[in-house]
Design a protein around this ligand. Sequence first.
Ligand SMILES: NC(=O)C1=CN([C@@H]2O[C@H](COP(=O)(O)OP(=O)(O)OC[C@H]3O[C@@H](n4cnc5c(N)ncnc54)[C@H](O)[C@@H]3O)[C@@H](O)[C@H]2O)C=CC1
Ligand SMILES: O=C(O)C(=O)Cc1ccc(O)cc1
Length: 305
Amino acid sequence: MSADDVVALQPINTLVVIGLGLIGGSLALSLKSAGACKRVVGIAPDPLVRQRAIERGMVDESYASIGDVAAQLGEGDVVFIAVPTLAIREVLESVKGCVPATVTVTDGASVKGSVLEDVKAVYGKVPEQLVLGHPIAGSEQSGVEAARVGLYANHRIILTPTEETSDQHKDRVADMWRAVGAEVLELDVENHDAILGATSHLPHVIAFSLVDTLAHDSHNEDIFRYAAGGFRDFTRIASSDVVMWRDIMLANRDAVLEAIDLFSSNLAVLRKTIAESDSDELTEIFSRAKQARDQFTHVMDKQKS
Ligand SMILES: NC(=O)C1=CN([C@@H]2O[C@H](COP(=O)(O)OP(=O)(O)OC[C@H]3O[C@@H](n4cnc5c(N)ncnc54)[C@H](O)[C@@H]3O)[C@@H](O)[C@H]2O)C=CC1
Ligand SMILES: O=C(O)C(=O)Cc1ccc(O)cc1
């Protein structure tokens, strides 16, 4: 199914978003704009965030804690957890204490293995109402002001259901994402973390490390003044939220280390090729990379059009 197809959806009664930043706020705004849920409730510990979410029309009501609204929830309602990866466990503890088993509970964290471990630790099992997910959409911006309608349109959402996840809850979450124009895919947790470790987490490691390296080069105080467009393109993601990325690296440590090791050994090959002035091999490596990247952008552009 293409993301542009009009789909018949079960509307959500109440959507509760825990964490009113880029990811949670954008889902709230997008579902409201699509008319795909009757009521949106925001949960945020910071009163200023709660106020801005109301002012921006992101939520109808906002509370400091899920306990303030949980008793009103039931079948047909969805709780979406959109907080930094290592804050998920604490949020699950608060959800477990008060949210009925009929309510669909899902998340948007960038790492799925650690969240699955958190679920097992908190619930002692994987409840059928839990549907773990990850929107492959976002940016280097964060916070309540960064949220926007349309963030998920024509983007992919990966769900990582386990055998315990019920079809009914999974379908509800898939419908929710389709209502905001996303394409829904499924992966198992381990594959998800290995793939995202290589394609998302490693690029952030490299971007943060490159900027940190250059910023600490005492001989080059003015170094960024002379940077060309390529530097800006390549390092945009080093402006991303620090807590979010610290959590991702710690939560997906093994997959990230594996990706760093593979990259380091390929970088060492490239270094040797340059040191030896091996023109043929350099042409070969760059041609392979250019072809792969051109093919990737062609596929991505076709998806957008
Ligand atoms: N930023 C991105 O491009 C993407 C982020 N993600 C994931 O989505 C999640 C949210 O990320 P963003 O929305 O970008 O972050 P954000 O920083 O914009 O928003 C997170 C919000 O959660 C709040 N928060 C933190 N702990 C909380 C708690 N215990 N209870 C309630 N609220 C709490 C923060 O105050 C903040 O308002 C993260 O797990 C991230 O890895 C997934 C895909 C893309
Ligand atoms: O800013 C970018 O280009 C991103 O890569 C956004 C992003 C960040 C984290 C995710 O888990 C998914 C997407």
